[in-house]
Ligand binder design. Structure first.
Ligand SMILES: Nc1ncnc2c1ncn2[C@@H]1O[C@H](COP(=O)(O)OP(=O)(O)O)[C@@H](O)[C@H]1O
Ligand SMILES: [Mg+2]
Length: 261
């Protein structure tokens, strides 16, 4: 069974794209078959996986506009088991166009209906807003991962995000439970890091899973995209790579647990 996971948080810079790219690459190297859908007009996941975003004529935008079917926009990356549906700035016009169609929240999900079951995981890299592209991502997803940057304003906007997820669940009858909360840019040695961890735990209570793995601040994670490579290929030993491999292991461990539910 394919599991579709949206990487969600309307805050920019909290590590959504870094997580989409590096978790995808780590799982691909652990022999899972992975697809990343780049839903951000900035196309950072596309570039980060070594695909020239401005040379693509079939993207997620052309899928959403009905110009071609979903499968035709899938591009292979240099990494075995890892494909992407790219994006570029053309997607920035999509929200207005989508808003004029019937059932504007479900276009992505409907376009994915026929996608074959060859993928174990499909990760959707979501833009930093709560607009139609994000709502389409939540509707299409089976679950969501919320990266939270360990900073003073970490939980600001979280109520709006939860409300958007509730809206999708209740009004569109498409629940996407939280698979896990991921602390990013995290340093357990600092007071701030520990405070944020505590606040996040308190906010979500015991009802939501917080991944055991936290992602440290690591300059290699920031450098890798400019080489068009996930960090695991750019530097296979740095702390950022280690963290995303650990997160991939944690996801794989959930496979057995969730199947037995
Ligand atoms: N753990 C990390 N350590 C160092 N830099 C990071 C880390 N996570 C993200 N970054 C950098 O921070 C910036 C924002 O991250 P990004 O993943 O693009 O966030 P988002 O997709 O949520 O906007 C990028 O320049 C990225 O390379
Ligand atoms: Mg991003």
């Amino acid at each position: 069974m394919t599991e579709i996971i949206a990487i969600l948080n309307q805050k920019g810079g909290c590590g959504k794209t870094t997580t989409a790219v590096n978790l995808a690459a780590a799982l691909a190297l652990l022999d899972r078959k992975i697809l990343v859908i780049d839903m951000d007009p900035q196309g950072n996941a596309t570039t980060g996986l070594g695909i020239e975003k401005n040379e693509q004529d079939k993207t997620i935008y052309t899928v959403l506009s009905g110009d071609n079917i979903f499968e035709e926009s899938i591009v292979e990356t240099d990494i075995k088991n890892l494909d992407i549906v790219p994006s570029n700035i053309s997607l920035s016009g999509a929200e207005i166009e989508l808003s004029k169609t019937i059932g504007p929240h479900s276009i992505l999900k409907e376009s994915m209906d026929g996608v074959s079951n060859i993928y174990d995981y499909i990760f959707i890299d979501v833009p930093p807003s709560l607009g139609l592209l994000t709502l389409n991502s939540i509707v299409a997803a089976d679950s969501v991962i919320i990266p939270i940057q360990a900073e003073f304003y970490a939980l600001e906007g979280m109520a709006d995000l939860i409300e958007a997820m509730e809206l999708v669940k209740n009004r569109l009858n498409s629940p996407s439970p939280i698979k896990g909360i991921l602390l990013t840019l995290y340093d357990s040695r600092t007071r701030l890091g520990r405070d944020v961890y505590h606040n996040v735990k308190e906010y979500f209570g015991s009802s939501e899973k917080i991944f055991e793995t936290t992602i440290p601040r690591n300059v290699k994670l920031a450098e890798a995209p400019s080489h068009g490579k996930p960090c695991i290929i750019y530097d296979d030993e740095c702390s950022g790579t280690e963290a995303y491999i650990k997160l991939a292991d944690e996801i794989i461990k959930l496979e057995g647990v969730e199947e037995n539910k």
